[in-house]
Ligand binder design. Structure first.
Ligand code: ATP
Ligand code: MG
Length: 299
């Protein structure tokens, strides 16, 4: 039985940007507010907020084939940006290039004004970019609590060896990670499942654990690849609320999702890709009426 430490009940402020390169105006527009959209083209937000993430002319090739061709967008703190498009459009490849799992053969990625192009995933996680994957990737033989501890210690992207060898070296760090794990569990109403093993969870609970693992790393940017896949309909609304609350803290979200009703509910800005290129960008209402988008994706 995992016993929560005293003093964590009801705590909500689980994430922050402490120890990170300063980002102007981290209390950026919250999800769904009118000021949240409109950061395209490297412009600051309407209130002068600097983008937390700047993706410029990014190219990803597999062999000779360009899966992503010169894609650019900006993300403000607290903004929710949807990335949509048909199968094979290059959405996951773009997330991988931003997260560092895939090398970008062209372009640049700036995080809070820092050039992270070419750095390893764990370096980017340390600086604030973390991601979830199209297929859930929690450790099935570990409890939910242990999954969170591992994420908090190693930061997403660190090798299991790095995590486990550091495990016993710093008791204070261990205590802090445990306190934070309880805060995250309570915030997402998952404390009762602290001892459950990854393999015992439902699809929606697994997705939630992945998001919670990301939050253990104090991200400034969270990349989510199809977070609603495998989630039962009654849990989709909860996940939407949870993601809104994450963005409301000033964390920028990029969400790849085929469920357009989720994109409509969540996103301040939508980027549409097809065959590796951006074919439209703007509000959900604008892009779904775009003729090119209708032809490439919606017809
Ligand atoms: N590791 C790889 N090696 C070679 N080609 C790849 C690899 N990963 C993806 N591709 C190709 O790159 C293109 C873009 O794939 P990607 O997975 O990024 O698309 P996607 O938009 O995420 O699609 P989906 O909506 O189906 O997840 C596709 O043509 C795909 O076949
Ligand atoms: Mg994909």
């Amino acid at each position: 039985m995992t016993v929560p430490p005293t003093g964590t009940t009801g705590t909500t402020g689980t994430t922050g940007t402490a120890g990170r390169a300063p980002v102007a105006g981290t209390a950026g527009p919250a999800a769904g507010t009118p000021g949240a959209a409109g950061a395209a083209g490297g412009r600051p937000g309407p209130d002068g907020t600097a983008p937390v993430l700047q993706v410029r002319d990014v190219v990803v090739r597999y062999g000779g084939v360009a899966a992503v061709h010169q894609v650019s967008f900006d993300l403000l703190p607290g903004q929710i940006l949807g990335l949509i498009g048909p199968n094979g459009a290059g959405k996951s490849s773009l997330l991988a290039a931003i997260g560092g799992q895939q090398r970008a053969q062209g372009g640049s990625i700036m995080l809070g004004g820092r050039d992270v192009t070419g750095t390893a995933p764990y370096t980017r996680a340390h600086h604030g970019i973390v991601r979830t994957f199209q297929t859930t990737s929690e450790f099935e033989a570990m409890s939910v609590f242990e999954n969170l501890l591992v994420a908090g210690r190693g930061a997403a992207g660190a090798s299991l060896w790095r995590v486990t060898t550091r495990w016993r070296t710093n008791r204070e760090e261990e205590r802090q990670a445990a306190t934070k794990a309880w805060e995250v569990l309570e915030r997402f109403e998952m404390a009762e499942l602290a001892d459950a093993y990854g393999r015992e969870l439902s699809g929606g609970q697994r997705r939630l654990v992945e998001i919670m693992r990301c939050l253990m790393c104090d991200p400034s940017v969270l990349l989510l690849d199809e977070p609603m896949v495998g989630v039962a309909p009654h849990l989709v609304a909860k996940l939407v609320r949870d993601l809104r609350s994450v963005a409301a803290e000033g964390i920028g979200l990029v969400i790849v999702e085929h469920a357009l009703e989720v994109i409509e509910q969540l996103c301040d800005e939508v980027v549409v890709m097809a065959l590796g290129e951006v074919i439209a960008q703007g509000s959900y209402e604008t892009v779904v009426q775009d003729e090119g988008v209708r032809r490439a994706y919606l017809s």
